[in-house]
Write a protein that binds this ligand. Structure first.
Ligand code: PA5
Length: 447
């Protein structure tokens, strides 16, 4: 099997000789604590053995629901935010044709996203686009009460029922939520929607391999069996008994903690494929929400290269030396395109004639990597053999388990997110939600 690879050799020269090996014990202990469920947040470890626990029957059940939506809808809107949104979008965008929305021969429904912002223009334009289209909705919310998602879902449910009738709406609206609690569960049960459960012990940002990610990905026409099988392979490759020297999750966790200890407070994930933009968004949520707490944590940032070399490139090369870079590199593109020769050669680019565009991209990648290293930026490189379901399944699980290990090494509970409540309290208070009157008055004085 073609596996993803981790190369930390260009980060090590920035560290003391024993910096990583001295973290071997703590990385191994953190991996063991996840296994033994003896760590903080041990009631949220359902993701750890999720890949190997997914049965063929379960995949078939999800696929059957996806097939129904694919048959009955031209557009499927996925309503969700944070962990209930980013994983599905990341995988779908990584696997999709860059211009899928404009391709007439598109096979299956377009998958759109809502419930991840509160923009009136976005929701107006979405509901306007959906007018007279055969659309369905996948409503994803673990708590079932998230404002952004609930707001979008109310609009979409009403429109779907009005346009397609209550009976069809009942077939093309699917809920993915808690087994018992929350408004999304109550609505799903009352309306008789097909529903899938987000396990209690899997937090949002670790939920991409539950129906939260699997159903939208299957609706988009991608092979969820291969995605899960990639994750299963990585579950084995990073298992508790796999020694540090061979365990890429422990190594990544150790290197980033070692860099953090030397003042590298920002990790920039860099990709050279625009399709990976949302993988970086998903990764930022995974690491940001897991590690940024108690006054600690690496700030996860991202750039799309070479695009951002013409904006953020200056800062990375030459700004404050508090960063390190993690490059996501794809070995083999899906298509082949040769650069043409030109008789006049006015642009002076004939020296590239006959070469693959990807060769130019790869040289840009290597050249940038070396320039950044020379500029004092430690470099970690993660290589994917290609952008397919199997490799992405590996990548997801790799980042999840490394995140658990890394957060524990940092001394935080990687599985809670107490900080995300603060804005919600203020928003409810300012909107006059019953029960928030006093807080609302105090906040209004500060506006
Ligand atoms: O990772 C998390 O827990 C969060 O990002 C949640 O996924 C996000 O806030 C959405 O929550 P919910 O699924 O309850 O609507």
């Amino acid at each position: 099997m073609n596996t993803i690879k981790l190369d930390t050799s260009a980060a090590l020269p920035f560290l003391a000789a024993d910096a990583v090996s001295s973290l071997k014990t703590s990385a191994t202990a953190a991996r063991q604590a996840l296994e033994d469920a003896t760590c903080p947040g041990n009631d949220f470890l359902g993701w750890l053995h999720l890949p190997s626990s997914i049965t063929a029957d379960f995949i078939n059940e999800i696929q059957a629901c996806a097939d129904r939506l694919r048959q009955e809808c031209d557009v499927v809107v996925v309503a969700g935010i944070g962990g209930s949104y980013l994983g599905a979008r990341a995988i779908i965008e990584a696997l999709s044709d860059s211009f899928a929305a404009l391709r007439k021969e598109q096979n299956g429904p377009a998958v759109l996203f809502a419930g991840n912002n509160i923009s009136e223009d976005y929701l107006y334009e979405l509901t306007d686009l959906l007018r007279d289209r055969r659309f369905g909705v996948i409503n994803i919310s673990k708590s079932g009460t998230t404002t952004e998602t609930a707001l979008a879902f109310r609009l979409l449910k009403k429109q779907c029922e009005e346009q397609r009738g209550k009976d069809v709406a009942r077939r093309v609206i699917v809920a993915i939520t808690d087994a018992r609690r929350g408004a999304a569960r109550t609505t799903a049960d009352k309306e008789g929607y097909t529903s899938f459960v987000i396990p209690d012990n899997v937090g949002g940002r670790f939920s991409v391999l539950t129906p939260v990610g699997l159903l939208p990905i299957a609706v988009a026409g991608f092979d969820i069996k291969a995605l899960v099988s990639g994750a299963q392979a990585m579950e084995q490759a990073t298992a508790v008994g796999v020694p540090f020297e061979e365990n890429i999750a422990m190594q990544y966790a150790a290197v980033r903690n070692a860099l953090y200890q030397t003042g590298k407070k920002i990790e920039i994930i860099a990709n050279y494929q625009p399709k990976l933009h949302f993988i970086a968004e998903w990764w930022k949520q995974l690491y940001g929400e897991s590690e940024g707490k108690g006054g600690k944590g690496i700030f996860p940032a991202s750039v799309d290269l070479t695009t951002d070399l013409h904006s953020m490139g200056q800062w990375i090369q030459d700004g404050e030396r508090t960063i390190f870079e993690t490059v996501l590199s794809v070995e083999e593109p899906r298509h082949s395109l040769l650069f043409p020769s030109d008789e006049e050669n006015l642009d002076g680019l004939n020296f590239l004639a006959g070469r693959r565009i990807d060769q130019v991209n790869k040289m840009a990648e290597h050249g940038t990597r070396l320039a950044h290293i020379d500029g004092g930026v430690p470099n970690v490189r993660i290589t994917l053999p290609r952008l397919d379901e199997n490799a992405l399944g590996q990548l997801i699980y790799f980042f999840e388990v490394a995140c658990g290990i890394s957060g524990l090494m940092l001394g935080v509970n990687p599985f809670d997110q107490p900080g995300v409540e603060a804005y919600k309290r203020n928003m409810f208070a300012l909107l006059g939600k019953p029960g928030y009157e006093e807080a609302g008055e105090a906040l209004r004085k500060r506006l």
